[in-house]
Design a protein around this ligand. Sequence first.
Ligand code: DAH
Length: 344
Amino acid sequence: MARVFSFMLEDLKSSFSRDLAAASSVRELLDLQSRYFGAKGAVKELFKQLKSLSAEEKKELGAAINPFSEAAQAELKEKLERVSAREDAEREARETIDVTLPSRPPRLGHLHPITIVRRELEQIFREMGYTIDPGPEVESDWYNFEALNFTPDHPARDTQDTFFVDVDKLLLRTHTSNVQIRSMERFQPPVKVLSAGRVFRRDEITMRRSPMFHQCEGLLVDKGIHIGHLRATLEHMVRRLFGSDAKMRMRPSYFPFTEPSAEVDMSCIFCKGKGCGTCSQTGWMEILGCGMVHPQVLRNVGIDPEQWSGFAFGLGIDRVAMLKFDIPNIRTLFENDLRVLQQF
Ligand code: DAH
């Protein structure tokens, strides 16, 4: 019986030497370690089988297994250290960073077309000495309507279908004209202020309309201001936005807070004035409303209309962006499709 075990031990020794010589990577060596010396390894198995032997034989064979096991593990450990050092060195060589390579260019973001137009407008008016103030988006009835001469049952309120906020009779401003009142309250005339931001109306979405859109409001109050100043200011703005041959027209209109009032159209760039879906077949696209500040509005904020007069205008930034960048559908501006935005 004992002879069988000593053969088994001899077998184990020679197979270990073979396997150790063949193992050439850390992975193979660790695998070998567990196959021979792990909890279920060959050496443990051999010890288990000694159970059937007499005490004498057990002692003898046990004494032969242990020195083999210790020597073999030392040999394995030594090779493992050597191979692992070699593998580390190889990995390091492979992963060396070439600091002379050119770096990858940073991926820059793009300004949204609405932001481009808003900043351009702010710059044009800043150069003319206007103060820039975006004003609040959540507003009271007074600033959005009443102080602008929309009395509580004024029919013009119907043209600005309003989103109401459930708190303190607040609403989402339907236009940026609220900033006119806030600015005149805050500053003594002369006042020159430009306000660009978001406005909200309960509108259906169409090619040209969206329930959230952007306006830019201008207000100037000073002594002796007349409609010529308004027209000159708007022409200057339109030329700066669209180039010196841009065509605009003024049409009489009505707003409760201006008298007289007008609307300004740009010739439609999509159909070159022939009429198309984007301009509702008119050949023109309305971009702003304007007029001379109504005396009652001045009185509402404690400014004497006998001494002071002013003009105001409210421009649709989205419309201008559509015309400027050849975007026929307003929805394109709000979909945030990167393929579109990356063009700006
Ligand atoms: N608030 C108007 C609107 O949203 C536009 C407007 C018209 C603004 C005339 C003005 C103005 O400042 O004078 O339809």
